[in-house]
Design a protein around this ligand. Sequence first.
Ligand code: ATP
Ligand code: MG
Length: 405
Amino acid sequence: MKEIILCYQGEMALKGLNRATFEAVLSKALRYRVRELGRFQVYKAQSTMYVEPRDQEAEANVGEAYERVRKVFGLAALSRAAVCEKNFEAIQAAAEEYLGGALQKARTFKVEAKRSDKSFPMKSPELCRELGGFLLAKHPHLRVDVKHPELTVMVEVRDYGAYIHGPKTPGAGGLPVGTSGRAINMLSGGIDSPVAAWFMARRGLALHHIHFASPPYTSEAAKQKVADLARIVSGYTGNCVLYVVPYTKPQEYIRDNAPDVLFTVLMRRSMMRIANRVAKEIDAKALVTGESLAQVASQTLMALACTDAAQDLPILRPLIGLDKTEIVEVARRIGTFETSILPYEDCCTIFTPPHPKTKPTLAEIEAAEAAMPGLAGLEETAAREVERIRIEMEPPRRGGALFEL
Ligand code: ATP
Ligand code: MG
């Protein structure tokens, strides 16, 4: 029996005039996601996207395609459906063959029908009644329950065929990547920042990453770990670039010329200024971080205010209100956790004073910066010497992208 994947749009359906753009981006993402699994055709009808296998290889891979499509942002729900000819005998046979096993396990069921091909001779209520009667006769233990059925058998009679499926499964939600513009994610090797990237990609942002490395204090292995994280996240965001900033000199300069207790906030402002320069070069409209309120000294309200004031792009902090345990849970689900906990050093944790100030004021921060006249030049050089690493998308890991805390 031939199967097809039906994808139902979520929030996108509300987007009025932008809808055509959203759908174009979504269908491109769907095509790209299943491209090595055989020949699939992706098309749209009545707010539903179809992912249809067109050769034997694709037919054999519908299960894998379904898993991949489940991770594409922009879909509220999807279902795997059997396709058959548009006549009642074929529909009966397909429903029994496709869902007979599930009906055998259920106690109650109902049939729902949609007939968008109005030339089909049976109207929806008749189709429900007749198919329901047929299935009841096959499975006499069943009872019809129209309000709370254990299993709903859906029949859709459309232009190119009839489709039979069980309940829909939830999609990844959100909006197709790219429809909200482009931003740069500040990617450390830790747990939080890959999760932040995932959250923002889910809201339709196309993301590139920037990482600050301070060799020899940070190692080549630490950089490789960050590239690995970027690659895992690319399963959701698509291909991207990892910008690696040679940050040793600005960081040493701050260490040697600023009060210890202000070191971290001064360094974070400096990182933001460099990220801002790189962002402007690629026309990215925001910076993303994995900061969470009060997680560490540099993430108190006053420290964040000082960080914000360093540059002029919006800083998006999707984890700001999440607890670490919640962030870890998402990290596990999207497949970044195991890599994040590998023990490599990060430039943010070197030279860190034992007692950083948790309530810095902008006035004292600006005074400290005024006493560092050489910093701007070092930042400019660091931004200019940034290394670009292309990250090719890998298929999303199992279990990812479904967000149900
Ligand atoms: P993570 O937050 O990713 O788990 P972390 O907790 O060690 O790592 P923090 O010190 O909390 O990092 O830093 C807060 C945020 O600043 C990170 O989430 C990340 O967005 C950014 N950041 C930290 N270090 C770096 C770095 N070396 N390069 C780029 N961004 C960084
Ligand atoms: Mg953190």
